[in-house]
Ligand binder design. Structure first.
Ligand code: OOG
Ligand code: MG
Length: 265
């Protein structure tokens, strides 16, 4: 630990209140430049405990920086993980309320529904596929609490990897029924194509990304559980959206998921 007990709680409150009050804040490493990755994960754990104290329930995991391009951009060689809580789930048939966000962006993802506990430090993509009941098309809404969406790796880990909301499409399939490693994806905003990609962008195969998370959690004696939902990482760059925008993500074979955002004022 490079930060002392007490300081971690202070950082948790700092990030939690920024989220609650929809305010961008100066990044943590401006004040604590020595914040290590393990400090950052420990702050993230405490941030989730803080949310649980307010009634949120942990329902799974999300992966970040799973594309080589994004890792190079951040100058890192590893993905990152954060937690999903029940209050992050948004529904396709309800408008998202723009006032609940700071500066949101949407990214296309593949969600995994886990049917068996899995842990260890030697877990493979095959192991992950074996315990996956369904995969589904998903959109993650990321909304960094940091000024201008700019941060270091330690900052973003502490901020639960920019998590805000997520939506899951209605077509759920067994991973054995499709070629999950090579699914084409098109993301449109208001009817215009804004991103295209392939599920191969996620560490070669989305299940490899989930396996990475299980192994990483295994290092601290944790794993994934039956019933978990896992967002395996963005298939393309995230795109910003505004009130009245509609975002649609379509995957080959796996179907689509979309949302419309409104402002309540
Ligand atoms: C970090 C979260 C990235 C993903 O799927 O890559 C992420 C960020 O870029 O704000 O969720
Ligand atoms: Mg994501």
């Amino acid at each position: 630990m490079t930060i002392t007990k007490g300081v971690d709680i202070e950082i948790v409150e700092y990030l939690y209140s920024a989220e609650k009050e929809r305010r961008e804040v100066v990044k943590v490493t401006d004040r604590y430049p020595d914040l290590s990755f393990s400090d950052a994960y420990s702050i993230q754990e405490k941030l989730i405990e803080r949310r649980e104290k307010d009634g949120s329930r942990k329902i799974g995991l999300k992966l970040g920086l799973t594309s080589k391009a994004k890792q190079q951009m951040m100058g890192v060689h590893e993905a990152i993980y954060g937690y999903l809580t029940d209050d992050m789930l948004a529904l396709e048939w309800e408008h998202l309320n723009f006032n609940e966000f700071i500066h949101p962006k949407a990214e296309p993802e593949i969600a995994f529904f886990i049917d068996e506990d899995l842990d260890g430090t030697d877990v493979t993509a095959e192991d992950v596929l074996r315990v996956t009941r369904y995969v589904a098309p998903a959109i993650e809404i990321i909304d960094s609490r940091y000024l201008n969406f700019k941060f270091t790796l330690a900052d973003v880990i502490a901020d639960n990897c920019s998590s805000s909301k997520f939506l899951i499409g209605s077509k759920w399939m067994s991973p054995s029924e499709l070629d999950l490693g090579q699914l084409g994806m098109v993301m449109s905003k208001n009817g215009q194509v804004v991103q295209t990609g392939s599920s191969a962008a996620v560490l070669g195969h989305p299940a490899t990304s989930v396996a990475w998370a299980v192994n990483k959690l295994g290092e601290v004696g944790k794993g994934i559980k039956k019933g978990d939902v896992i967002l395996s990482g963005a298939v393309s760059e995230a795109i910003a959206f505004e009130p009245n925008d509609n975002v649609l993500v379509q995957f080959a074979e796996l179907g689509s998921v979309s949302f419309t955002c409104k402002s309540s004022t």
